[in-house]
Design a protein around this ligand. Structure first.
Ligand SMILES: *[C@@H]1O[C@H](CO)[C@@H](O)[C@H](O)[C@H]1NC(C)=O
Ligand SMILES: *[C@@H]1O[C@H](CO)[C@@H](O)[C@H](O)[C@H]1NC(C)=O
Ligand SMILES: *[C@@H]1O[C@H](CO)[C@@H](O)[C@H](O)[C@H]1NC(C)=O
Length: 187
């Protein structure tokens, strides 16, 4: 049993070290969970000195954008995807602004980074973007805005104060009852 566990941990360690040695990775994929009008998306990656071939953006497996190793960018028409971008992308990221979002813009956004020769290795990551109806104007990040947070906190504080007020009067009532009982029993 011990030997089995030991073997497994060695295997795990080797796997971790091996993956580390392979180096190419997407460090962060910025795709908001939900958006109304526009959304900034970006794919940041770490080549660890290996040569880039290109970075591709897909929506539901259809390619709509590409950043090349020389910094040039290319756009491909895909239904529901309208973009705004700069004409040059620095190696390490491939940023785009999605504009005129509609329900047909919702879907799986995938970034795929490919190395050039000799390895031609490829890594990819996908996130889902939802289209929000326009009464919710702001992009929904992974948490609620601080404004909202403050107001929730304030409301909760108010509620707590109100609640603890009630509790205190109940507590003092029960103390009175206990004192009364003590006095009553001592007779
Ligand atoms: C695209 O971006 C540029 C500069 O960031 C801005 O001036 C322009 O209005 C944008 N176009 C659209 C369609 O959003
Ligand atoms: C995206 O839009 C923002 C705000 O309009 C602008 O500052 C930024 O440069 C744009 N980025 C790209 C890659 O077009
Ligand atoms: C806090 O309470 C006020 C009214 O007391 C309300 O208008 C507001 O929407 C509440 N905020 C939240 C986040 O619940």
């Amino acid at each position: 049993m011990v030997i089995v566990i030991w073997n497994w941990s060695v295997l795990l360690l080797v796997t971790v070290l091996w993956n580390d040695a392979e180096s190419l990775k997407i460090t962060s994929l910025y795709v908001p969970r939900g958006a109304t009008d526009d959304a900034y998306i970006d794919c940041r990656y770490d080549l660890e000195g290996e040569p880039l071939y290109d970075v591709k953006w897909y929506k539901d497996d259809m390619q709509f954008f590409r950043c090349m190793a020389d910094g040039s960018v290319h756009e491909f028409p895909v239904e529901g995807v309208y973009i705004n971008y700069s004409n040059h992308a620095t190696v390490g990221s491939c940023p785009i602004n999605l504009t005129r979002l509609s329900s047909s813009s919702a879907g799986k956004y995938k970034c795929e980074v490919s190395l050039d020769a000799p390895t031609f290795r490829t890594v990819s990551e996908t996130k889902i973007l939802r289209f929000m109806q326009s009464e919710r104007r702001t992009q929904v990040k992974n948490d609620i805005s601080s404004q909202n947070m403050k107001s929730v906190f304030r409301n909760q504080t108010d509620a707590f104060k109100a609640h603890s007020g009630v509790t205190t009067s109940k507590d003092s009532l029960s103390i009175h009852v206990v004192i009364f009982m003590l006095i009553f029993c001592s007779f």
